[in-house]
Design a binder for this molecule. Structure first.
Ligand code: ATP
Ligand code: MG
Length: 356
């Protein structure tokens, strides 16, 4: 069902991403695939639906789930647990168990983890086991969803990724990121000192739906549940929520219950969700929220407007270098978009939450 709020897991529920699906399928023989796009744009849905449609075995790890927001760390032990747990979904259970036993890793269903050796060694062993399966039965995709959080891992994982990239031909690494810049930071393809320097990677980028597609999405969703909705309501919703599919889904679902009040309701519930993300930002730099406020209050803002706003709010002048750096970080995290000389907030609900 289109208005289901969980990530889609089947192509029959995935709307309007035919090109991206084909592209992803075409890349599955590569070593490393990056799926990029802001939050709620449909990254997880794209991967899950595509891989499920192929009927291949794969491992899927949601790194955000493992991120500990109080210590701001990703504990590798937890990450391993997630990997183990995702392996229980593989179809070749007996085969997997066999390989794992051979490697001295105990795995039980339901999963209980015993990381006996050191974690680095265990991680290596798991990947070696998967690689072995991949080499025999066809490349096995290993997905790190929201991989930018790996930057906060208790163990530097980039050398490990480079090792997998270079030596494990049975594995295709797929990483997704809403904080595009952070993902690049973590992988550092352009940094000569980085273990992944100069490696080729395949990208699939997800953009917002355009106006027509967004409207079509809502019409189709309502038709699916046999609800008649006035065209003016659809227009209003798309105007307020843009083509971010996650918000459109929320709206569709809420409309069934709240009718015309649904748009306001999405904005309320949505901004509560977003507030958590903003808190996280606030903890990282005192300027992020100020910059977002400057841009949000003006709709579209130029460099000078932002500088004036920040100066007025803090009562002191910020250096150009600092402001430029913080603005760029917001851009690379996907919060702000730049169009020529103007900056705007990419997600209308983030704009709304910031203004509240
Ligand atoms: N192509 C699509 N067709 C229909 N629904 C979709 C599509 N893409 C995403 N959705 C829906 O939009 C919401 C967000 O999707 P998803 O979780 O896949 O996005 P995401 O980019 O991984 O977001 P997040 O940043 O929260 O991880 C979910 O409710 C999902 O069901
Ligand atoms: Mg996701």
């Amino acid at each position: 069902m289109l208005f289901d709020t969980e990530p889609k897991t089947s192509l029959s529920d995935l709307f309007g991403r035919e090109e991206e699906v084909e592209k992803l399928k075409g890349g599955l023989n590569e070593r490393l695939i990056l799926i990029l796009g802001i939050r709620r744009i449909g990254k997880s849905s794209l991967i899950l639906s595509t891989l499920n449609s192929l009927g291949v075995d794969y491992a899927f790890v949601d790194v955000r789930k493992v991120y500990d927001s109080s210590t701001r760390k990703v504990y590798v032990e937890k990450l391993l647990e997630e990997i183990y747990s995702s392996l229980t979904k593989l179809s070749k259970k007996a085969y997997v168990r066999n390989v794992f036993e051979k490697l001295g890793i105990e795995i039980e269903y339901p999963v209980r983890v015993r990381v006996k050796d050191d974690v680095k060694d265990s991680l290596n062993k798991v990947f070696e086991a998967l690689n072995e399966i991949g080499l025999r039965k066809g490349k096995i995709p290993i997905v790190f969803d929201e991989a930018q959080y790996l930057k906060y891992s208790t163990l530097g994982l980039r050398p490990f990724f480079a090792h997998v990239y270079d030596y494990m031909r049975g594995i295709t690494l797929i990483v997704t990121g809403s904080e595009v810049g952070l993902l690049h930071d973590f992988l550092s393809f352009d940094e000569p000192k980085s273990e992944l320097y100069g490696r080729y990677y395949f990208t699939v980028e997800l953009k917002s739906f355009n106006e027509d597609k967004s409207k079509e999405f809502l019409r189709r969703g309502f038709k699916e549940v046999n609800v008649e909705v006035k065209e003016s309501v659809i227009e209003e919703a798309v105007k307020e929520l843009d083509g971010i599919v996650g918000w459109l889904v929320y709206f569709g679902k809420l409309y069934l219950e709240k009718k015309e009040e649904a748009i306001e309701e999405v904005k309320e519930i949505g901004s509560n969700l977003v507030r958590e993300e903003l808190k996280e930002l606030e903890a990282r730099s005192p300027y992020y929220l100020l910059i977002l406020k400057a841009v949000a209050s003006l709709g579209k803002a130029r460099w000078k407007n932002i500088m004036d706003y920040v100066t007025a709010s803090t009562g002191k002048r910020v250096s150009n270098t600092t402001l430029f750096r913080e603005l760029n970080k917001l851009k690379s995290m996907g919060f702000i978009e730049r169009n020529g000389e103007e900056y705007r907030i990419a997600d209308p609900i983030v704009r709304y939450a910031v203004l509240k």
